[in-house]
Design a protein around this ligand. Structure first.
Ligand SMILES: [Zn+2]
Length: 382
């Protein structure tokens, strides 16, 4: 008789079935946290709208995930996946998902209303009512002022969106969401929605004890402008994936049973983008010089690539305070641009006794401008 043995610390368990042994080996333990709840300016909200939309986007390969069980990758048939994947949603998924995240949509009907509103804004020039545009007009105009190479007006910006998010694409998305809900998600959500609400109570306790937003603010030396950070758990992002946020105060987060142990990473990263994002406008000239130097055609995109390294560094610094040793939790960690940012960070800390973010970003950009290897890395960051 064959026996499969799994040892975990002091526990040794024997199985006659390989499947059971494998399941036991892979099973994640339930994780919780206890301690003094000092409070943090964070609230959690579980909504069907974000969950089903991101489910559809991930299942059709437009966005990605880490750790989502394949058995739940259901509700969208293969042809529809292919149609969605070849639509303009692939380029515009963030704009759509972040515009929904910013809205008050909760159930399916409200989600469809928000999407219809988005369609009216893009195709009829309507004023947004239910949708909260991921990049509203005032924000867009500030960006164009700082980055005139965009050579765009609000109308030409919407024109581009009209092509990518055609009426046909909106119909396809609407139909897919309805079918997904009817054939799979409604039933699935009955159970999973409850679990996520339980998880979000745990996460709220975790952030009240760990205070990751406060730690982020202390690390960067800036205060988060909104009254509170609103965090939306999304089922399809279990241990990773295309997690995102939207100005001024909303992010999505991961939802594995061990999310309590990782929530500070989501918050440090996504709220980190929101906390420092204004640098892109203020240092546009420096970014432009760098873009010319390395012959990078899209200046604004280069700003984002630089920012992603800075935010990876912030995530690293925040994680170090909790985890107690250095570890890699983002793909850019350890590359030349990241290391240069860390160098600038430490120099500013030594000089001022704390981090002064504007001084840091200036020094970092100066260092980037004269570092050949870092400039190569910007062209192909991994
Ligand atoms: Zn990021």
């Amino acid at each position: 008789m064959t026996r499969y043995i799994v040892e975990r610390g002091p526990v040794r368990v024997m199985f006659s079935s390989l499947r059971d042994a494998d399941r036991f080996y892979r099973a994640s333990p339930l994780v919780d946290i206890e301690g003094e709840e000092k409070g943090d300016r964070i609230v959690f909200k579980v909504r069907l709208a974000d969950n089903i939309l991101n489910h559809v986007l991930v299942i059709s390969g437009i966005n990605y995930t880490v750790g989502f069980p394949l058995e739940f990758a259901r509700g969208v048939d293969i042809e529809t996946r292919a149609k969605l994947y070849s639509s303009g949603l692939r380029e515009e998924w963030w704009f759509v998902a972040a515009s929904v995240l910013g809205s008050e949509a909760d159930n399916l009907d409200e989600l469809l209303e928000v999407l219809a509103d988005l369609e009216a804004v893009i195709h009829e020039g309507a004023e947004p009512s239910k949708v909260r545009l991921a990049i509203p007009r005032e924000r867009f105009e500030k960006i164009v002022e700082a980055y005139p190479e965009f050579n765009a007006t609000w109308d030409s910006y919407l024109e581009k969106k009209r092509k990518r998010l055609s009426r046909e694409t909106f119909r396809l998305l609407e139909k897919t969401l309805r079918n997904c809900y009817r054939s799979f998600y409604e039933k699935y959500w009955e159970r999973r929605g409850k679990e996520l609400r339980k998880l979000s109570v745990k996460l709220k306790k975790a952030v009240d004890i760990m205070q990751p937003l406060k730690t982020l603010e202390d690390t960067v030396g800036r205060r988060f402008k909104a009254d509170e950070l609103k965090v939306f758990p999304v089922d399809v992002f279990r241990t990773g994936g295309g997690v995102f946020g939207v100005d001024p105060d909303r992010i999505v987060c991961m939802t594995s049973p061990s999310a309590v142990l990782d929530i500070h990473l989501d918050i440090a990263h996504e709220a980190g983008h929101i906390l420092i994002g204004d640098w892109r406008i203020r240092y546009a000239d420096k970014v432009r010089e760098l873009a010319k130097d390395i012959e990078y055609s899209d200046t604004y995109k280069l700003a984002y690539i630089i920012e992603e390294h800075v935010v990876a560094l912030i995530q690293f610094k925040v994680d170090l305070k909790y985890y107690g040793e250095k570890r890699i939790t983002h793909g850019f960690m350890g590359n030349r641009v990241f290391n240069l940012a860390d160098e600038a960070w430490r120099e500013i800390e030594n000089q001022y006794g704390r981090l002064v973010f504007d001084e840091f970003i200036e020094l970092f950009l100066e260092k980037l401008a004269v570092d050949k290897e870092a400039k190569q890395t910007l062209l192909k960051p991994t």
